[in-house]
Design a protein around this ligand. Structure first.
Ligand code: GLN
Length: 382
């Protein structure tokens, strides 16, 4: 294996989902819902398959129906205008969008600043592009970005910021003030920003998702990435997209075409219909997850975990130190046997070897009875 990929062996999600399958434990590890997305959208996929739409290679940039729907979505929720022919690219999930962006925008040795803990594909994508990651810690209990540290971390070699909000695994949702400060720095230091917005519709309470690309100076220096997996509960379809200036999107299209060329033909048509669902769908989806967040927050608190209540995403980060536990990875490897529950250690999402050592993440995109049973098992164990 290429030495720059040392330590990236098997993703924690594969390891923990395999453990869930082997033990029959409740899987609150890997982030996927246990209920599929809307029936009408599934029907749209069946229709596309049956009618022969997308069964052969779709256009490289994505089918026109989906590119138009992505533009309509960006306009409806954020007032953003994109040209469907030059400023939109459909990818095999956000994961491919991120990888293609790194490959397109980095030269060997370029530095990429990302807030840790970060989603595990970031380290791999940066490494595969020959980049150097520069992690900046989000610290418990509130996991806010340290903007002075960000300023101090920017060097002559910094090429881009890789920003995720709402943030997996901490649930942090960046505020307008934080985004404004980040945008000002990007403009001042002439940086590109790649934004991972896959949880854009999972922001709770009075919060709101603000795309960085909507802020002054950012329209031509941001590659904005999202996906249908989370918003519509079809993580297996792997339909994602990239929006941004024609110049940046064209660069990402160049690398993307040599990764998969194209993917998910019939599902692209279905996702076009999903994106057009009425506002009520999006509101109900968020409300449902907010209820589940509150349910699992209460359950984990009752079991003795320190719980960091997330503002967004479908993950809760906890600390296991109050349970007398000292190592998240060991804890997660033994939890299925001890409690019949699977979770994910946040420690693997940090570069810093001891950071997050007692942080454990639980996914709450599961049926309420499942969450209640998991909480009850944990309460019995601890
Ligand atoms: N994003 C999901 C998570 O954080 C899982 C993605 C994956 O399995 N690669 O759990």
């Amino acid at each position: 294996l290429n030495r720059s990929l040392d330590g990236l062996g098997t993703t924690i999600f594969a390891e923990m989902s395999a453990l869930a399958a082997a033990t029959g434990a409740i899987n609150l590890g890997q982030g996927f819902p246990d209920t599929d997305g809307p029936e009408a959208v599934r029907e749209a996929a069946v229709r596309a398959l049956r009618d022969g739409r997308g069964n052969q290679y779709p256009p490289g940039a994505g089918v026109p129906e989906l590119r138009a729907a992505i533009c309509a979505h960006q306009r409806r929720f954020y007032g953003l205008e994109f040209d469907p022919d030059t400023e939109v690219l459909v990818t095999a999930g956000a994961t491919e969008g991120i990888a293609a962006a790194m490959l397109a925008l980095l030269e060997p040795g370029d530095e990429v600043i990302a807030f840790e803990p970060f989603y595990d594909s970031y380290a791999a994508s940066i490494a595969m592009a020959g980049g150097v990651r520069v992690p900046l810690a989000l610290r418990a209990p509130d996991f806010r970005p340290d903007l002075d540290a960000l300023r101090a971390a920017i060097t002559r070699r910094t090429r881009l910021l890789l920003l995720n909000s709402p943030h997996n695994p901490t649930g942090t949702v960046l505020t307008r003030d934080e985004l404004t400060a980040i945008a000002a720095l990007a403009v001042e230091r002439d940086l590109l920003v790649v934004t991972d917005e896959v949880y854009e519709h999972l922001v709770f309470d009075d919060g709101a998702h603000i795309p960085l690309i909507s802020l002054p100076g950012m329209r031509d220096r941001t590659v904005s990435i999202s996906s249908a997996g989370k918003t519509f509960s079809f993580t297996g379809w792997k339909v994602g997209w990239v929006t941004g200036s024609a110049e940046l999107v064209s660069a990402v299209r160049t690398t993307k075409q040599f990764l998969t060329y194209v993917a998910s033909g019939p599902f692209q048509y279905a996702v076009a219909e999903a994106l057009a669902l009425p506002d009520a769908y999006y509101a109900a989806f968020r409300d449902d997850l907010q209820t589940k967040r509150d349910l699992l927050t209460a359950g984990l608190t009752a079991a003795g975990f320190e719980v960091y209540r997330p503002q967004g995403t479908y993950f809760i980060t906890t600390d296991i130190a109050p349970l007398g536990e000292t190592d998240a990875l060991t804890f997660c490897r033994t939890l299925p046997q001890r409690s019949g529950v699977v979770a994910v250690p946040n420690s693997v999402f940090y570069d810093h070897p001891t950071a997050g050592r007692t942080q454990v993440r639980f996914a709450f995109c599961k049926r309420e009875d499942v969450l209640k049973e998991a909480a009850s098992r944990l309460r019995t164990t601890f």
